[in-house]
Design a protein around this ligand. Structure first.
Ligand SMILES: Cc1cc2nc3c(=O)[nH]c(=O)nc-3n(C[C@H](O)[C@H](O)[C@H](O)COP(=O)(O)OP(=O)(O)OC[C@H]3O[C@@H](n4cnc5c(N)ncnc54)[C@H](O)[C@@H]3O)c2cc1C
Ligand code: FES
Length: 268
C-alpha cells in the first residue's frame, strides 16, 4: 500500500456530474488489480476523510491510473474541481479486488450506473486470461453510459440497457441477464452497481447455480481496517468491506446495502 502525490493528467466531465480522472505514474501500479480501490484526499473542501474510489483502469505501459466517479457531495465535488497539473494524494491499492477464476471460462460481467467504474480493468484482465466474456452495461439513460466510449470492448459480447430506452434495450440489466440465461450457460458472474441491482443479479445467479462475485460499497472512514466504519454482517461472520472486500462471494452476503448503518460512525 502506498501513500503518494500524483500528478493529474486530466479530469474531465464525461457526462453530467460524472468525471474521468487520469493520474500519472504511481508506484502502486504494478501491484494493483481490478476491483481494488484507493482513498483519495479531498484537500480543498475541508472534508477530513479521504473518499474511496475504485480503479477504473490502469494503463501499465504509460503508467497511468484512471478513476471514474460521480459527484455526490462535498468530497467528490472537491475532486471534480481539480485541474490538469494539480497533484492529488492517494492511498492504495486497498481491498481484495476481483477474484479471477476466469481462465478459459465463460463469464458474465454486469455493471450498472457507476458500477461500471471497476469493470474496465476487470474486462481487460479477464481478456488476458482468455475468458469468453459477455458484458451487460446498464444506466439511467444514454448520458450515463457515455463512459463506454472510454472502454475497449473489442472481442467482448456487449449488451446495453437503459431505464428510459435511449440506448440499447429498454429495461434493466437483470432482465437482460435472464434473457441471456435462457440460451446460454455461464461459469461466473461479476457484478457492481446499485444494491437492488446486485441483489437481483445475485439471486438470478444462485437460481442458475452460477458463482457470483459482488463488489459492495460501504461508508468508509480509514479504508485500512483500523476502524469499524465498514463492518458488515455476513454468513461467515463480521467482515470489513475495506479489507475483506469490497468483492465478496454473493452467497455469504446478508444485505447488499450495509452503508446506511455505518453512516454515523464515518461522519464526513
Ligand atoms: C470500495 C468503494 C469504491 C467506490 N468506488 C467508486 C467509484 O469508482 N466511483 C464513484 O463515483 N463512487 C465510488 N464509491 C462511492 C464514493 O466513495 C462515494 O460516492 C463518495 O465517498 C461520496 O463522498 P462525498 O463527500 O462526495 O459525498 P458525501 O457528502 O459523503 O455523501 C453524499 C451522498 O453520497 C452517499 N454516499 C457517501 N459515501 C458513499 C458510499 N461509500 N457508497 C455509497 N453512497 C455513498 C451518502 O449517503 C450521501 O447520500 C466507492 C465506494 C466504495 C466504498
Ligand atoms: S473503513 Fe475503517 S475498517 Fe474499513
Amino acid at each position: 500500500m502506498f501513500l503518494e502525490d500524483c500528478k493529474i493528467l486530466e479530469n474531465v466531465e464525461v457526462a453530467k456530474n460524472m468525471y474521468l480522472m487520469k493520474l500519472k505514474g504511481t508506484k502502486a501500479i504494478p501491484e494493483t488489480v481490478s476491483g481494488q480501490f484507493f482513498m483519495l484526499q479531498c484537500k480543498n473542501s475541508g472534508v477530513f476523510l479521504r473518499r474511496p474510489i475504485s480503479i477504473h483502469y490502469i494503463n501499465k505501459k504509460e503508467s497511468v491510473l484512471e478513476f471514474y466517479y460521480e459527484v455526490k457531495g462535498k468530497g467528490t465535488k472537491d475532486l471534480s474541481a481539480a485541474k490538469t497539473g494539480d497533484y492529488i494524494n492517494i492511498q492504495g491499492p486497498l481491498g481484495n479486488g476481483f477474484i479471477k477464476e476466469g481462465t478459459g471460462k465463460k463469464v458474465l460481467v454486469i455493471g450498472g450506473g457507476m458500477g461500471i467504474a471497476p469493470m474496465k480493468y476487470l474486462l481487460e484482465e479477464l481478456n488476458n486470461l482468455g475468458s469468453n466474456i459477455t458484458f451487460i452495461a446498464g444506466g439511467r439513460n444514454r448520458g450515463a453510459l457515455k463512459i463506454l466510449d472510454n472502454i475497449d470492448l473489442k472481442g467482448i459480447i456487449t449488451h446495453i440497457t437503459t431505464d428510459d430506452g435511449s440506448q440499447g434495450t429498454h429495461g434493466r440489466v437483470d432482465m437482460k441477464m435472464r434473457e441471456l440465461l435462457e440460451k446460454e450457460r455461464y461459469d461466473l458472474v461479476y457484478t457492481c452497481g446499485p444494491e437492488k441491482m446486485m441483489e437481483s443479479v445475485a439471486k438470478i445467479a444462485t437460481e442458475n447455480n452460477i458463482k457470483c462475485f459482488v463488489s459492495l460499497e460501504a461508508r468508509m472512514a480509514c479504508g485500512v481496517k483500523a476502524c469499524v466504519g465498514c463492518s458488515i454482517k455476513t454468513k461467515d461472520g463480521m467482515k470489513k468491506v475495506c479489507h475483506d472486500g469490497p468483492v465478496f462471494d454473493s452467497t455469504i452476503i446478508v444485505e447488499m446495502n450495509p452503508k446506511e448503518k455505518t453512516e454515523t460512525c464515518c461522519g464526513n
